[in-house]
Design a protein around this ligand. Structure first.
Ligand SMILES: Nc1ncnc2c1ncn2[C@@H]1O[C@H](COP(=O)(O)OP(=O)(O)OP(=O)(O)O)[C@@H](O)[C@H]1O
Length: 403
């Protein structure tokens, strides 16, 4: 944790979060913070546990262990794992969207945004009677709700279609409408689960614009799960990377994209192939880091990443003493750490790379070059391809390594 930052600088603090489904440890001792007013991205291969983290934050799951603290701007603090589900949006002001679109497709765009303000309107109507008799307080609340809905339709570039059924919108516009609907609840924290999934580049650009607008012009902080790296790298202030429910990297987009552990986790290739693949990709800086261990100037430092503890090959299921074993080498990030440790123990190897590492270049260009090449090993590893998620697939497929 950043020692200079006070608790109020963080909208969200996740501490030692674990979520077990029977013998499966979906999340293992995960800790991270999301800063107020920033966009924090949660990334990782399929099955890494991202949605489970969201489900714990938004009350769909009660975590097995750990603490999730939400610090509101007014100074109030909520322990989300202890709040009843319905109070998480209502009192803690956490809103979310889902991987699959969940609009009322037969209702108009405007109606969808008014439904989101139902609680506020019900209160103003005195739970029906003031509304029935058209009391001024209700009329005012009603007018304000329409105004707020209009505001977010404009922001989402959808105001021209306010009276069309939501189901008639193109896919990318439906995604923006969902975000507009969530914003109508006035959230302090907006959790978005893969908002760019299935979007074309133009739609992704519109989404980026909307999210940046929310970040810059409202007090809402954003927590984002996303596989589309162009979105993650362009708009995130902070990226947390999961693999097998453990945090393997935590930092700014620049540092995370060059972290060998992240690259290895995403490539999901066999041990011997990691370097070969990186050579194919042509990322020499990263190959050097693989040889020498992570550069402390990039990627996780001792504080942030290590809070989650090292990725272990096995985990204990505390309650019944049941043991869930992850096959050795399943975690590519752990493999990189092990390699770094073994090379560090050889004195001759340690001296050479220190000088070389200082020549590390800026990352953005590399990521672009890397993206298509990463698909080659994906196919090699036998992962099912799902559009832009192809590079993450093999690691997920290898979850079969758990016994
Ligand atoms: N309700 C559940 N019961 C049992 N296992 C579950 C449940 N929810 C999630 N899991 C398991 O927990 C692990 C993490 O799943 P999760 O959906 O959180 O991953 P993810 O990173 O969001 O994946 P994706 O990118 O594919 O959405 C997976 O192995 C999944 O099968």
């Amino acid at each position: 944790m950043d020692v200079q930052a006070s608790q109020s600088d963080f909208i969200l603090q996740v501490e030692h979060l674990s979520m077990k489904f029977g013998g499966l440890v979906a999340i293992g001792d995960l800790s991270f913070q999301a800063r107020r007013g920033e966009i924090t991205a949660l990334i990782g291969p399929n099955g890494a546990g991202k949605t489970t983290v969201f489900n714990c934050i938004t009350g769909f799951y009660k975590p097995t262990e750990g603490m999730i603290t939400l610090n509101k701007r007014d100074g109030s603090t909520y322990l989300l794992e202890r709040l009843p589900n319905h109070e998480i949006p209502a009192r803690a002001n956490v809103a979310r969207t889902f991987q699959n679109i969940r609009l009322f497709s037969g209702m108009t765009l405007l109606e969808n945004l008014l439904v989101a303000q139902h609680n506020k309107l019900m209160k103003a109507s005195g739970y029906t009677f003031l509304g029935l008799f058209g009391f001024p307080s209700y009329r005012q609340a009603s007018a304000e709700s329409i105004e707020l809905a209009r505001h977010w339709l404009e922001k989402a570039d959808l105001v021209d279609r306010a009276d069309d059924p939501a189901g008639d919108l193109p896919y990318g516009a439906q995604r923006r409408l969902e975000i507009a609907r969530a914003m109508c609840t006035g959230p302090e924290l907006l959790c978005l689960d893969e908002p760019a999934a299935g979007l074309n580049p133009k739609e992704s650009a519109s989404l980026n614009q909307l999210l940046n607008d929310i970040k810059n012009n409202t007090g809402t902080s954003i927590l984002l799960i996303e596989h589309d790296m162009s979105v993650v790298m362009q708009i995130s202030d902070h990226v947390v990377v999961l693999e097998y429910g453990r945090k393997i990297s935590d930092g700014n987009p620049q540092s995370v994209r060059t972290d060998p552990r992240v690259i290895a986790a995403y490539l999901g290739v066999d041990d011997e192939e990691v370097e070969t693949v990186l050579t194919e990709v042509g990322d020499e800086d990263v190959i050097e880091q693989l040889d020498t261990g992570p550069d402390s100037a990039h990627g996780p430092g001792n504080s942030a990443s290590m809070m989650a503890g090292p990725v272990s090959d096995s985990v204990e299921h505390a309650d019944e003493g049941e043991r869930v074993t992850v096959s050795k080498g399943a975690s590519k990030a752990a493999q990189v750490d092990a390699r770094a440790a073994s090379v560090a123990s050889k004195p001759t190897a340690a001296a050479k790379p220190a000088a070389k590492r200082s020549t590390a270049k800026a990352a953005p260009k590399k990521m672009a070059a890397k993206a298509p090449a990463a698909k080659a090993p994906a196919a090699k590893a036998g992962g099912a391809s799902k559009g832009k998620e192809a590079s993450a697939k093999p690691a997920a497929d290898k979850r079969g390594g758990r016994k």
